[in-house]
Design a protein around this ligand. Structure first.
Ligand code: F6R
Length: 596
């Protein structure tokens, strides 16, 4: 996730662009850059915050320009990798939000025809492609380049030879036009526009915009004009930053289909990573803290199932004190922030013990990505709410990909089976969306839980770590005491606590543990506990034994943790909201825990 802005009007573009860009800093802030077109194109960019660019760059005169705040996905944060990127002639500048899936193939083709690359980004191919079609004029060149590009993007481009305009395009990444008087704007999101206008036009997938001082002309990729009425935005700036949602946490839950989709993008062939997984270990150890640890627990089941490799999941804070065993596992470290001190410490210890270390993190360039030998990036975008939500489902997505890859390397999965699994993965965003559509129903149920003091979550197999995650979400944002148990363990102790005052939330999706879960549900029912089950759509039996059911779409059992956890996140959110809690910043907690 990055932020892009564009301006064409009568005022000096530079300060308008930087000011608007600051409103998009929530989309990423590892580097920033601006390009102004006047008598040529001037680019100023650097690694670091937008404020750093402001302090170090010289305001460039000109009334048309583009600017970018980066959230690195390909190539670490650096001046070279910061946007805007220039073509070989230095006359075309381009900014991009998204991922170009076929960038490796395009880079090879462009290099072979003499283009010189200056960055490691996927983005740079786009500006060289446009250069290669420049004889068609800027709009025509963009149109032709888009035919070669696969992936998700919002681009904005300027050209020294056509200094009155910005050309932009979108596919699967947000882009909105702001209409002013004698000036017009472009941005990834409405907050960047609100200071100047509240009249906006949302650009849709596979549309091109030509923005100048007089207006914004939108066409589809085939060149047909698009007529769309502007909308008037009535949000305040703060509302707009949350995309109209009441809290960042809710916004981030609703971004989960996109987070899964983006994490899957462009992950087909990374030969260097494949060889990393080929040999040199007999077992896998997953290390993490908090929510990431729950992803690790799910990961254990996934890896054992798909790659048939013995796997353990351990808390990073505990691993460091264990004795070094004789074996050298492949150590996978999961951390949203990549800065959690306990996880970093575990990574250093695993390196010291001579293990292969592999990080799964949402932050490229984070300490963990530097300390681990290899890294896979989850592409959930910036998460602002302290409670991890979209980064958790992105971690699960990365673990499925990892297990498929290790399975292929170890020969436990054939190519056909791997492709079938990837197809299932690509369906997950839709399954998540189906749960999100149930948000009003879940909100209704939340009223029953808002007044309670204790809640128990139960699950078996893959449902157990998801029960743990459901309990963690509820306790951290609503301050209700919540515990999770493996359903089979209830009779060994916790059942003593269960009664009419202690609701139980049971993960009871249709898998090989389902019958046993029904027995465990009956056990708590017999003690008078009100029961909410998370079940599978079409299950006619479950509703007969519990008080309420949240149905989730039928997906293969291995993938069920994803839709199920979304239901639990929504429940926790609404309970906390009804209780009036500080949802995005729960008491005593921080987004990144850099102390041990
Ligand atoms: C819970 C939560 C924390 C983090 C934990 C690890 O919602 O966010 O439990 O999961 O502090 O953080 P990362 O993943 O950044 O290492």
């Amino acid at each position: 996730m990055c932020g892009i802005v564009g301006y064409a009007g009568y005022r000096q573009a530079y300060s308008i662009l930087l000011d608007s860009l600051k409103r998009l800093e929530y989309r990423g802030y590892d580097s920033a850059g601006v390009a102004i077109v006047g008598s040529g194109v001037t680019v100023q960019k650097d690694k670091g915050y937008i404020s750093h660019l402001e302090e170090t760059a010289e305001p460039t005169p000109g009334t048309v320009g583009i600017a970018h705040t980066r959230w690195a996905t390909h190539g670490p944060p650096s001046k070279e990798n910061a946007h805007p990127h220039l073509d070989c002639s230095g006359e075309i500048a381009l900014i991009h939000n998204g991922i170009i899936e076929n960038h490796m193939e395009l880079r090879a083709r462009l290099k072979a025809s003499g283009h010189v690359f200056r960055s490691e980004t996927d983005t740079e191919v786009a500006v060289h492609l446009i250069e290669s079609y420049a004889s068609d004029g800027l709009e025509g060149a963009v149109r032709r380049a888009l035919q070669d590009i696969r992936g998700s993007y919002a681009f904005a481009v300027i050209h020294a030879k056509e200094p009155d305009k910005v050309v932009a395009a979108r596919n699967e990444s947000p882009l909105v036009v702001g209409l002013g008087t004698d000036e017009n704007f472009l941005a990834s999101d409405v907050p960047a526009l609100l200071k100047h206008t509240n009249r906006v036009v949302y650009v849709m997938d596979r549309e091109i915009v030509v923005l100048n001082r007089e207006g914004a002309r939108i066409t589809d990729y085939e060149g047909r004009p698009v007529a769309r009425e502007p909308q008037r935005i009535t949000w305040t700036l703060e509302d707009a930053e949350k995309g109209g949602f009441e809290h960042f946490m809710l916004k981030e839950i609703f971004e989960e289909p996109q987070a899964i989709h983006d994490t899957l993008l462009g992950r087909v062939a990374e030969p260097e990573l494949n060889s990393f997984f080929r040999e040199g270990y007999t077992n896998v150890k997953l290390l993490a803290c908090g929510t990431s640890y729950h992803a690790a627990l799910v990961g254990k089941y996934i890896l054992e199932e798909l790659a048939r490799v013995p796997t353990t999941a351990e808390l990073a804070s505990e691993y460091r004190y264990s004795r070094a065993p004789a074996d050298r596992p492949l150590v996978v470290l999961l951390s949203q922030s990549g800065e959690t001190a306990d996880t970093l410490g575990a990574c250093r210890e695993a390196n010291r013990r001579g293990c292969k270390t592999f990080a799964i993190t949402n932050i490229i360039g984070s300490s963990l990505s530097r300390e681990a030998q290899r890294t896979m990036l989850t592409r959930a975008g910036l998460e602002i709410g302290v409670a991890a939500t979209k980064t958790f489902v992105a971690q699960l997505t990365a673990l499925y990909l990892l297990a498929i890859r290790i399975g292929l390397e170890r020969g436990t999965l054939g190519v056909e089976e791997a492709n079938r699994l990837k197809e299932e993965l690509r369906r997950l965003p839709r399954a998540v969306q189906a749960v999100l559509n149930e948000a009003p129903y879940i909100e209704g149920l939340a009223h029953e839980y808002a007044k309670t003091r204790d809640v128990y979550f139960i699950g078996r197999h893959l449902g157990y770590p998801i029960a743990m995650e459901g309990a963690l979400k509820l306790k951290e944002i609503s301050y209700i005491h919540a515990e999770a148990y493996a359903a089979g363990e209830m009779k060994h102790g916790p059942l003593a606590l269960v009664g009419a005052e202690t609701p139980v939330i049971a993960i009871a999706t249709r898998d090989h543990t389902y019958e046993k879960m029904l027995s465990n549900i009956r056990e708590v029912d017999a003690r008078g506990a009100p029961i909410l089950a998370i079940g599978t759509e079409g299950d006619k039996d479950l509703g007969k034994v519990v008080d309420n059911v949240i149905y989730t779409p039928a997906v293969p059992p291995l993938f069920a943790p994803v839709p199920v956890v979304v239901a639990l996140q929504l429940l926790a959110y609404h309970v906390a909201r009804i209780r009036g809690c500080s949802i995005d910043k729960p008491r005593n907690l921080a987004k990144s825990v850099t102390v041990e």
